[in-house]
Design a protein. Structure first.
Length: 532
């Protein structure tokens, strides 16, 4: 539904001014702007006769005199499109900056509009949010009071594929995605080879798919394989999992929603399964969560923001490591259904776009991320001894001499320490820090600079998978930790180097099963611990 900004008197005036002769129907949606300034009007263009436009709007058919209104965007009749700076010239100010964001509705519906509003406030601007004729389109006017236009932002929410295509065509400045886009998606969007090489990704928020059951359902954890078989209908009764019997009732979001897309990509597709047609599809996630909480036979997948009174099920890997859904495990990305939300740009971007992208990484923006029920990227300190079982879990008697030495050092340095949520990971198959890790270098440097953390010193603990010899893995993990230390000191040169130490522990204390498909990648990491 379109949100309009005019009075009934204004409507009557517009209609009265319009010529009576209408000819030549025109297809498509247009935006009309008053020549003397004011709010825009949007609707489906029914006709244009040279002296007036007739639009179909949510309030009915309306006529606009061509000598008082210009066609600003959309399917404007030939020769009527107004130059973008015409309104600003009438007002006696420079043309407002403009940029377009297009892509996934799971972050475009609520998170990105919230960040646009916060961006305006950070610049001393107020915002007017104008919903277009289509529910998936929004236009923002950011202005400096009383009425000086500053920034205009269009947000289109038709999916990641459409967002990438718009970015490739130059029709959008930013593409939104609830996952790291794949080479196949980049190819399908038809980026040129040169443009694809300049594609930049910025992690704007974190999220996770929650697996919800009733608090009355006693289930300690489920593997991804079990989840796939449950949601495909292969497991139809809880008794098949050696639990109290009950016919399983499935609930999922509608097709195209981010949480279902992530679930399909991480669970169903690797198993060559599809969600059962018997699953109840809902777009009211709060109601879905409440239904599941009250029904011990029900199970649902939904964004973690909608857990409410339902119970989230830990994900268990092939080695029996059960990871619960918490903000900490999402920030460390050890909960297997966690995922990142991205903004993508290509090539050299306009200054206003660069400002917005940089803003999304700051404290104000990350506060907005949390307010919108996503997980932000601020640093958390883990609970005391929360990681101790993992750190001291390997019996020394079963280890070779070098392994015993490294295990003793691990237990001594980290056994009773507290871990920070920051976890540095590397681009797949490389020694380069990934998109999020590069920003986390800056975040950790800023965190160590805070006055309240002046006495905090950290250990960068490097870990590896099990490929190769134990000794070579210890050396590799120590080099990775030293690499992160160098990067932090480069961006925070005022920090005393002695506050940051680098250690390597090889394949010890894994966070995932190395026998699983994603386990080795998850285990190649650098953790951050407060020094004892």
């Amino acid at each position: 539904m379109t949100r309009t900004f005019f009075t009934l008197a204004a409507v009557a005036s517009i209609t009265a001014l319009a010529p009576s002769l209408i000819r030549g129907a025109e297809a498509g949606t247009v935006v009309l702007s008053p020549k003397t300034g004011g709010f825009d009007f949007e609707g489906d263009l029914k006709s244009y006769d040279g002296s007036s436009y007739e639009l179909e709007t949510p309030t009915g058919s309306m006529k606009f005199p061509a000598n008082a209104f210009d066609c600003r965007s959309g399917d404007c009749p030939e020769g009527t499109r107004r130059a973008p700076d015409q309104k600003a010239a009438v007002l006696g100010v420079g043309a407002p900056s403009h940029f377009t964001i297009s892509g996934d509705p799971s972050i475009g519906d609520n998170l990105i509009p919230g960040l646009v509003r916060a961006f305006g406030l950070s610049r001393g601007e107020k915002g007017i949010e104008e919903f277009r004729a289509y529910a998936s389109e929004t236009h923002f006017h950011l202005y400096k009071p009383p009425a000086v236009p500053a920034v205009e932002v269009d947000i289109f929410r038709y999916g990641t594929e459409q967002g990438l295509t718009a970015l490739a065509r130059g029709e959008a400045d930013i593409a939104m995605a609830a996952h790291a886009v794949t080479p196949q998606e980049i190819e399908a969007a038809q980026f040129s080879k040169e443009a694809a090489a300049t594609l930049e990704a910025t992690v704007v928020a974190l999220d996770a798919v929650a697996v919800l059951v009733s608090p009355k359902r006693d289930v300690a954890g489920l593997t991804l394989s079990q989840l796939g078989r449950i949601f495909s209908g292969q497991i139809a009764d809880w008794s098949e999992l050696r639990l109290a019997p009950g016919r399983i009732k499935l609930y999922t979001p509608e097709n195209g929603v981010g949480a279902l897309n992530i679930f399909n990509a991480k669970v169903m597709k690797p198993l060559n399964l599809v969600v059962s047609p018997l699953a109840v599809r809902m777009d009211d996630f709060e109601s879905m969560s409440d239904l599941v909480a009250a029904d011990p036979d029900a199970i649902a997948i939904v964004s973690m923001a909608f857990r409410r009174e339902a119970k989230s099920v830990p994900i268990t890997d092939g080695c029996g490591i059960a990871t619960p859904l918490t903000p900490f495990t999402v920030k460390t990305e050890e909960y297997q259904l966690s995922h990142r939300s991205y903004l993508y740009t290509v090539g050299q971007v306009p200054g206003i776009v660069a400002q917005f992208i940089r803003f999304t990484q700051g404290f104000e923006a990350q506060t907005t991320v949390a307010d919108k029920q996503f997980v932000n990227q601020s640093i958390l300190i883990g609970a005391p001894a929360a990681q101790t079982p993992r750190i001291v879990s390997q019996p020394l008697a079963k280890q070779a001499g070098q392994e015993q030495t490294v295990q003793r050092r691990l237990t001594s340095e980290l056994g009773v320490a507290r871990r920070l949520s920051t976890t540095f990971r590397f681009a797949v198959g490389t020694s380069q820090l990934d998109d999020r890790a590069r920003e986390d270098v800056i975040r950790l440097g800023d965190w160590l600079r805070l006055p309240q953390n002046a006495n905090m010193n950290v250990v960068l603990a490097g870990f590896s998978d099990q490929t190769g010899s134990f000794g070579s893995n210890v050396q590799l993990s120590e080099r990775r930790a030293a690499q992160v230390r160098t990067a932090i000191l480069a961006v925070a040169s005022d920090l005393a180097p002695a506050r940051i130490e680098a250690r390597g522990f090889g394949p010890l204390a894994p966070v995932a099963c190395n026998a699983d498909a994603v386990g080795p990648e998850m285990n190649r990491r650098v953790e951050v611990w407060l020094k004892n």
